[in-house]
Ligand binder design. Structure first.
Ligand code: ZN
Length: 259
């Protein structure tokens, strides 16, 4: 499939945004599926710097606390799955293991390779890491080489835009570039275009959803709160925010409160 900007813009103009997103068409000729599968949202898995402000603290889970989360999930019978497994279950009716849970990591910080990845491997679990195209190989962020190592070990590498802007405020062609250039970079470095997109800052509009779909992504993640997923709403998947105060008991409550 070709992902040309010109073709995208022409199609978007011809059909309008509603049709491309597929609003309201899920029920026509499709099986309706609803699956409970918490998608945990992590940012830093690291020790916060001494001068960390409240936001940075909130976004940081220490490696020890992260290990406690993984141990809790394993002990209580959860199975970590990939976003692709969830998508296959929603779209194709494939079976998921009991108590599925997805671990996602936003922004592609280098602690993902240093702290999260080895702990996931130790527990035989998987994670999905959303990287920012222009930040790769920069200080504090993953290198492409590390991302490739993680992908080869079974981790998913997703698209978190090119520069981490508020895409809902951008022109369609700029939104297209944010999604498409990083998808191209991922293809070049890792061999395949990414299957999943994560909206930077959780901000998106109808055009963002169109752009993400037209650049070949199967689904997209928001920062909205929730654990139930529907096959008619794949470009607005909800997540569970994990904070530095989220102990295992809180985690258990967070992932089960919508059942
Ligand atoms: Zn982000």
């Amino acid at each position: 499939m070709k992902f040309s900007r010109r073709r995208f813009l022409a199609t978007a103009a011809a059909l309008g945004t509603q049709l491309l997103v597929g609003k309201g068409v899920a029920a026509q000729g499709r099986t309706y599926r609803r699956i409970h599968c918490p998608i945990l949202m992590y940012h830093y898995v690291d020790y916060p710097p001494e001068d960390a402000d409240a936001v940075r603290m909130d976004l940081t889970v220490t490696p020890e606390l992260f290990s406690e989360h993984l141990l809790h999930l394993q002990t209580f019978g959860y199975t970590s799955v990939t976003l692709r497994q969830l998508w296959d279950a929603l779209e194709k009716g494939r079976k998921l293991p009991p108590k599925p849970v997805i671990l996602t990591f936003d922004d592609g910080y280098d602690d993902a390779h240093q702290h999260a990845f080895p702990r996931l491997q130790e527990m035989d679990m998987v994670g999905t890491f959303f990287i920012i195209g222009n930040f790769m190989d920069q200080p504090g962020y993953l290198t492409w080489e590390q991302a490739l190592e993680m992908k080869k070990a079974g981790m998913e590498i997703g698209n978190h835009s090119l520069t981490h802007p508020d895409m809902s405020k951008m022109q369609p062609s700029d939104q297209f570039n944010e999604a498409n250039i990083t998808a191209d970079k991922i293809k070049e470095a890792l061999g395949e275009r990414p299957e999943f997109f994560c909206y930077p800052l959780g901000r998106y509009n109808d055009m963002t959803m169109n752009v993400v779909k037209q650049t070949g992504h199967l689904a997209a993640l928001t920062t909205a709160d929730g654990t139930l997923h529907f096959n008619g709403n794949l470009y607005r998947l909800t997540r569970v925010r994990v904070r530095n105060t989220t102990n295992p008991t809180a985690l258990e409550w967070l992932i089960n409160r919508w059942i």
